[in-house]
Design a protein around this ligand. Structure first.
Ligand SMILES: C[S@@+](CC[C@H](N)C(=O)[O-])C[C@H]1O[C@@H](n2cnc3c(N)ncnc32)[C@H](O)[C@@H]1O
Length: 437
């Protein structure tokens, strides 16, 4: 429920973010939780921005905030919204990064506004004194409390323990850098639509508007400072799309020529679909099992003035298939998304360890099913945005063995830390060719 608070106050934004964090802890993804809050609170753009900022910051610092709360509160704060409020406030005031980027909110203002937020809510008013006491004690005993909390790796790294172990096991040399990068805000990277313009011309357009940017891939341009989508020149006219530099590697690897029949098997929201069609006049089927996500592909293609045959269907089944073989198949399978955690910092708190094996099993079914839909000599590109070998390299190796697939050169596992110049996400690519007869 919308609290009776001034809608431009930090208390209002803290309250909204606290509700969203509580929903994430209950299993809802942060973007959906925030969308629900925005609607219920009738939040205006400025408050939305603040709630989003606090929500995302809290996800990146939730391990530390929860560990501090355990040290500071005698029993678990209830309701979940109160737990969320304390976590948001602690995340904002306890960041060891004391630069303006790490700590943009004044600590005393945060404490004051968190108390105001609690007081304004009938479900939390009883705990107003506790919120004040907990947060003020943190400020008084900050160093000792942080030292104690940081003994727990979950508080130190801000990931669940199983996630830290999985990263350590897979990347004995790079695990700390990978975890660290996952707690930073991602860059805003654009894909220039080569059907409408080119990178050199677009960089000039950006320079004319005093937006600093660099080319970091064949079609990829990274802005020095992220800006809202509405301020990206030419976005509405389809000159550019927002897409990470690693995700932009898919279209080139798939090697599509004009006239080819292409299947994009897990297509929504259509980022890679759009890029493939920008590069070639293909006859493309964009399939996704989630009917609610299909309109996102349609919107993206409409903006780019491109067309595909959109279908709802299960890539692990064939009831949607007309029996005609494809020249190229893109299998951007569902996965834990552990390689894009800096864009989606809530994922780590939503996933369970068992998800990795379950998702890998589904992906294996999808890959085996799609293989029979590929023409001899055709190519299938397997993509995940995961860092776990079970979902990526081990999956690719097992698939090639089961299907006698020829493995062609592709990037393999891209680490989000590997090329800081390009500053891309952690994707995995394996490319397979079907033997002729
Ligand atoms: C990683 S996302 C795809 C991102 C997309 N390729 C892009 O570049 O914008 C995975 C997609 O797979 C879809 N999906 C999950 N299970 C599926 C299945 N069995 N068949 C088809 N699509 C599936 C999800 O709904 C989700 O949209």
């Amino acid at each position: 429920m919308k609290p009776p608070l001034k809608t431009d106050s930090l208390a209002f934004s803290l309250h909204g973010a606290a509700q969203a964090v509580a929903w994430v802890r209950g299993g809802t993804a942060l973007p959906q939780a925030l969308a629900q809050v925005f609607a219920q609170y009738e939040a205006l753009p400025q408050a939305r921005g603040a709630m989003q900022d606090i929500g995302y910051r809290t996800m990146r610092q939730l391990g530390r905030a929860e560990a501090l709360l355990t040290l500071l509160a005698k029993k678990a704060p209830e309701p979940a919204k109160l737990h969320g409020l304390l976590c948001c406030a602690l995340a904002l005031i306890s960041n060891p990064d004391q630069t303006p980027a790490g700590t943009p909110y004044n600590a005393f203002t945060v404490v004051d506004q968190a108390v105001t937020a609690a007081q304004a809510d009938p479900d939390m008013a009883h705990a107003k004194g506790m919120v004040n006491a907990v947060l003020r004690r943190f400020l008084r005993e900050r160093d000792a409390l942080l030292q104690e909390a940081m003994k727990d790796p979950v508080a130190l790294w801000n990931y669940p323990a199983w996630w830290i172990s999985a990263t350590q096991a897979a990347y004995p040399h790079d695990w700390q850098a990978i975890l660290q990068v996952g707690n930073t805000a991602p860059p805003l990277t654009l894909r220039v639509n080569r059907r409408k313009t080119n990178v050199a011309d677009y960089l000039r357009t950006l320079a004319d508007q005093a937006i600093a940017a660099t080319q970091i891939g064949p079609d990829a341009v990274r802005l020095q400072q992220p800006v809202p989508v509405t301020q990206i020149p030419g976005f509405g006219d389809g000159l550019v799309s927002v897409q990470d530099a690693a995700a932009q590697m898919a279209a080139a690897l798939l090697d599509v020529d004009d006239g080819m029949r292409v299947l994009d098997a897990c297509a929504a929201p259509g980022g890679k679909t759009g890029h493939i069609l920008e590069r070639a006049r293909a006859d493309l089927v964009a399939l996704d099992s989630d009917a609610k996500r299909l309109p996102r592909i349609a919107e993206n293609l409409q903006r780019l003035q491109l067309a595909a045959n959109l279908q709802v269907g299960d890539a692990a089944a064939a009831d949607w298939w007309d029996g005609r073989l494809f020249d190229r198949i893109l299998a951007d399978v569902p996965c834990t998304a552990s390689g894009i955690v800096r864009r989606h910092p809530d994922i780590r708190w939503l996933r369970r360890k068992a998800d990795t094996a379950q998702l890998a099993t589904l992906s294996a079914q999808i890959l085996d099913n799609l293989w029979r839909m590929l023409r001899p000599d055709g190519k299938l590109l397997f993509v995940t945005c995961s860092l776990w070998p079970l979902e990526s390299e081990a999956q690719a190796a097992a698939f090639a063995m089961r299907n006698q697939a020829i493995r062609l050169a592709a990037t393999g596992q891209l680490l989000p830390t590997a090329n800081l110049e390009q500053d891309h996400d952690g994707l995995f690519y394996a490319l397979f060719q079907k033997p002729t007869a």
